[in-house]
Write a protein that binds this ligand. Structure first.
Ligand SMILES: [Zn+2]
Length: 83
């Protein structure tokens, strides 16, 4: 395993603020779109995104093929779309 794969998880459990809005994290959730560490508000915003199902499906496909370091399809921003 290379360090690039380990780093996001290390940061995920220790960082104090949300990667997306910067809010102090009282609980943390990993983004489905990328490796961002999200607060509950940003996670909720992701769930409302029209490409959420696509991001979730891509992650499941990656894990099925044994890719546990799948970086996600990328967060297109709340008003953007995944191409
Ligand atoms: Zn946030």
């Amino acid at each position: 395993m290379d360090l690039k794969g380990i780093y996001p998880m290390t940061s995920f459990f220790s960082q104090p603020n949300c990667d997306r809005c910067g809010a102090f994290l009282t609980s943390r959730i990993m983004s489905r779109f990328n490796t961002d560490c999200l607060c509950p508000e940003c996670e909720e915003e992701e769930r409302m995104h029209p490409d959420y199902a696509k991001a979730e499906a891509a992650e499941i496909t990656a894990v099925r093929r044994g890719d546990y370091n799948f970086p996600g399809i990328g967060w297109p921003d709340k008003d953007g779309r995944v191409s």
